[in-house]
Design a protein around this ligand. Sequence first.
Ligand code: GLA
Length: 396
Amino acid sequence: MSLCFGRLLLLFVLFSLASALEKDEVYRRNLLTNGLAMTPPIGWNSWNHFNCLIDEKMIRETADALVQTGLSKLGYKYVNIDDCWAELNRDSKGHLVPRKSTFPSGIKALADYVHSKGLKLGIYSDAGYMTCSKTMPGSLGYEEIDAKTFASWGIDYLKYDNCNNDGSKPTVRYPVMTRALMNAGRQIFFSLCEWGDMHPALWGAKVGNSWRTTNDIADNWESMVSRADMNEVYAELARPGGWNDPDMLEVGNGGMTNDEYITHFSIWAISKAPLLIGCDVRNITKETMEIIGNKEVIAVNQDPLGVQAKKVRMEGDLEIYAGPLSGYKTVVLLVNRSRIESQITANWDDIGLPPHTVVKARDLWRHETLNHTFKDKLMAKMDSHACRMFVLMPIA
Ligand code: GLA
């Protein structure tokens, strides 16, 4: 009797230990080996501009616009459908059903169309019972079936939100979808959207290809810079295959000045953040095109070295970001967060260049290589909320 009890006790202890380890496995094991995201993802997402007002026609038109404007050639490949694309109820076999009134042709047909344009299609679900809009079901408990459905439709990217869940930790719920995606037979970029709640930068690379470090961005300066600050803390943890995500771009949505949008785009680019356009690219203005279409700034974001720049110095409202690029280059971003025109000095000591190094400087917004060379420091003036961005190339 007592032997039997002892065995039962041992079994119980082993079971508890195994389940404790299972819960912690994201800290130990690399669950995601899809080989994607060697550079940050770049494309478009429906949420920031359209919220729930989406349908298959505007997604197709967006794909067309990405091609017509030349944005797709610059790298913007992902066309990502956010919340509100499915019916409230699953079908009798448990499959998600595209909303009949807005996506009558289904997602597979849309994926075929988007692929025919040389682009990729992204979709959205949630590690809970319902998505954040509460207009469609989440994937909690349906991870296998949903991952297979997404793969069968030809989906290339999944954004996975955190609303209406069962109260368990994201480190328990998100890996279930990671495994399901790994078993689904298609390479699908996995974007963790748990808003930075459980410091996903610490475990995200084992579970997904990017992880939100903040709650939702709004289309104003304060919201944008505060997301940049929250995201910057985790700079060390970004790397090819897994990126910090301070949320999608607001450039072109109208709530900030042109200078503020240039600063927004520059910080996102230098931070190796996903560059997901959040405006209506079918009606894009020349000013917005000049920002999101800046090849040189995109090249910084997509640099193969894949190192997120850090804020290396702050003096009041004046900030210096710097980081290494491939080919021994250094990118520097000077940001004037103050209300008045200001001058910022970047010393080599701050940005990590050896003393006395002589560099040539390329101004990425003025598109010019400056005539003179720089030694020990670089100074620049800028208006309130404006920035200057330089790539420094050592010549001696
Ligand atoms: C959350 C996410 C947003 C967006 C909405 C959709 O708030 O953080 O990015 O996906 O849900 O409802």
